[in-house]
Write a protein that binds this ligand. Sequence first.
Ligand SMILES: [Zn+2]
Length: 400
Amino acid sequence: MRVVLSHRIALVPTARQEVLLRQAVGVSRFAYNWALAEWQRQYQGGEKPSEAALRRQLDSIKRQQFPWMLLIPKSVPQQAIKNCGAAFRRYFQKQSRCPKFKKKGVRDSARLDNGPGTFKFDGKRVRLPVIGWVKLREELRFSGKALSTTVRRVEDRWFVCVPVEVEMPEPVRESQAAVGIDLGVSTAATLSSGEKLAGPKALGVHLERRQRFSRWHSRKQKGSSNRRKSALRVACLHARIANVRQDWLHQTTTRLVRQFGVLGIEDLNVRGMMASEKLARRIADIGFHEFRCQLEYKANLYGAELVTASRWFPSSKMCCECGVIAEELPLSLREWTCACGTFHERDINAARNLRRYALDRASCARINACGEEGSGAGPTDSVKPASLKQESAMSYLGMD
Ligand SMILES: [Zn+2]
């Protein structure tokens, strides 16, 4: 099985190299914005712009108009224009919003190489076109074919992002155990075993500090060097928070796919939930979306089966003992007692329902694979709310 894994490594550039890196991300941003403006102009003029044509166009004028572009690798503006074309493609396919102009200092990045062979890794250093050998904080973690090198600036630090094509052994399912995972706001994740994962501890402290820092920052005089310094401090703390969160997510998701063979998770409508502002901040903090993405690709790597329940699946409202669906269950209600007499803790009940759902679906898939008649609906099928509820309730009753 061939997969692409990405590794982000911190760079230790010399002062001269840092100047080049700054120029590279500057050219990348300039070329992207140039292509975006040109695209819009051509489109309004009734032409049909394309990224390939724009790249040729820039090539033909850069010697006269933008001679400073020649100081950095030629792939930087080329790749930036390709990215612009990709952004438009996603927009036309209604996958994302209309491309916007890039701002200085926001997600600064540049792709430096021109395909494999134009860069090289050697222990704790990497050779990049024009910039030369740059020291790395750690060695490339994956062995395989490195596909590209994109440098990024995150506040005061530089990173290189390297996708590596890795040959993985066919996954062997380490465990047959199943788990349901309920993602929540007060507890980051609740497992059907009753275990509660509280999320990264350090986050709370950092979030408080962030509030304090940004309060201080707002009092600094505009344009003063103190304001600039405090802006950097706030930004660095943001980056630190992102790292803490990312680290927790990776450790947790890896643990889950190794420990369990079948994982049931709810397809939360993250966008819809973001609309309610009160929840939004904390949901973003826990990183629901990222959690699911990581589970998805890691489940593939470790041979686990991830079953996503439709967001109409009444995971919280259904009693995991008798399958009866409670009429109303406001979010504030953390505990309830079913008519059958079972006392439920909301999150654990939901996680148990998800576990059962996942087990049902996982076995469905297996029966179908053998050519026997199953109940039909695979894990990815979207089922109408009403019929899904009924079907689940029935299979619950059948099993109890
Ligand atoms: Zn019940």
